[in-house]
Every structure is written in C-alpha cells, then in structure tokens.
Ligand binder design. Sequence first.
Ligand code: FES
Length: 185
Amino acid sequence: MEQVLSASTREKIQAHLAKYPIARSAIMGAFWLAQEQLGYLPRQAIREVAELIGLSEEQALGVATFYTMYYLKPVGQYRIHLCATLPCALRGAGQLYDLLVKRLGINAGETTADGRFSLFKAECLGSCATAPAAMINDDYWENLDQERLNKIVDALAAGQEPDLPKTLNRVGPGFTDGSGQKEAA
Ligand code: FES
C-alpha cells in the first residue's frame, strides 16, 4: 500500500523519537504528528508509525484505539468534545448536547455533511470547577450555557473566531468575565 506519511512528518517523528530512550514511549506524540498531517489516523498511518517505532501493528493499534484524542476516521474542521460526566451533567451539559444535536443535525461520533463539525461526548475534561465544559479543537470553553454555546457555533459556522471569553470566573452569585466586573446574577 502507498505510504501516507509525508517526508516532513517522518522527519518530525524521527526527531521526536530521538527524545526518548525507549522508542515505544514516543508513540503518542508520533501519532499526534501523523494526525496533524492527515487530520485523522487511517490504518496505513498506524502501520507506518508502528514501523518507525519498531512495534507491531497490533500494539500500535491498541494505543490508537484507546485514546479518544486520536480519530480513526475523517472528522470535521471543528471537533466539539462536550463533557458529559457528572459535574458537567449537573450543570446542564445534557441540554447543551441536545442543543448541538438539534443545531448540527448529528449525534455524538458523527460529522456534518459539509465537513464543518464533528460532535463527541467526552469524559471529564478536568475542568469540573468551570462546568459545563467543552473542548473545540485545541481550545477549552468553560461555564457554557445555551447562549454562549450558540454564539460559539454561530461564529465557527461563519468561519470566524468566537468573540467571547473562553471562561467566566465564578466569584459568588454572579460570574465575572475575567475583568473583575461582575455580571448580573
Ligand atoms: S465533569 Fe466535565 S470537566 Fe470534569
């Protein structure tokens, strides 16, 4: 089968491998670099990474299928990982999920027909104190509510950067926007 990893990605993986005394320890970063190039990890990329590291395809596949940060099929331009674990669920993540399903017309694990959005239900994103939270591509969005989420989706759908704070600091009955100004409770 034709190789899918570019010469540049192979070089980056080799440089990454050089940082580790045991090559297999570098597999997660190597997958990340492959995914950066391809947008996801097709089976051939997993084979090639395994070969570069000196693992069997099965060993490499075990890692690629374990972590949700690796996509095994093509995904959209914006990957929305909405936390569905208890603290976020208690603060309305279920309603936010329903909103996304309705707006995007897809369920978790699916991608919109235009290739713009993919939706995932995530396990705890480690942002429980600012629940509910979502990770969209490499950005965290916290203290989400329907209004904030709608604004984010509006902006991304228009190809723009959402113009709102990524989080809100909780300081009592109301929140601040990070500027020290308390919003109405
Ligand atoms: S439960 Fe959602 S970030 Fe921890």
